[in-house]
Design a protein. Structure first.
Length: 112
């Protein structure tokens, strides 16, 4: 019998894995951060997130809404208007997204 102390292998917290899996999916975190500044329509989001296609933007908004982080608002017209805003659960991410933004600004190359 060995007197050696055995440690369990390091494991990442499951909640952190789920959070990065969801927010790390291309565009999800960026869209969330963009909506932190208030509701926005589809075209406004498309302009704010260069490089995202219409179909991917639509898919991501549906995904974010399905997760309860974004709400789709339909304003009766005419003309009918559709915008997206963060729910309370989505707004709860603000401190984390703000901290990640500051970290990126301070520690990652700008890519300009």
């Amino acid at each position: 019998m060995s007197s050696e102390v055995r440690h369990e292998p390091r494991a990442c917290d499951g909640a952190l894995t789920r959070a990065f899996g969801f927010l790390g999916k291309r565009w999800n975190g960026v869209l969330m951060a963009t909506l932190m500044y208030g509701p926005a329509g589809f075209a406004e989001l498309k302009r704010a997130v260069p490089g995202i296609s219409d179909s991917v933007l639509s898919d991501r908004l549906v995904e974010l809404a399905g997760a309860g982080l974004v709400e789709r608002l339909v304003e009766p017209g005419p003309p009918v208007g559709v915008s997206y805003r963060l729910t309370a659960d989505g707004e709860a991410l603000w401190p984390s997204l703000d901290a990640i933004t500051a970290w990126g600004r301070d520690h990652l190359p700008s890519g300009d």
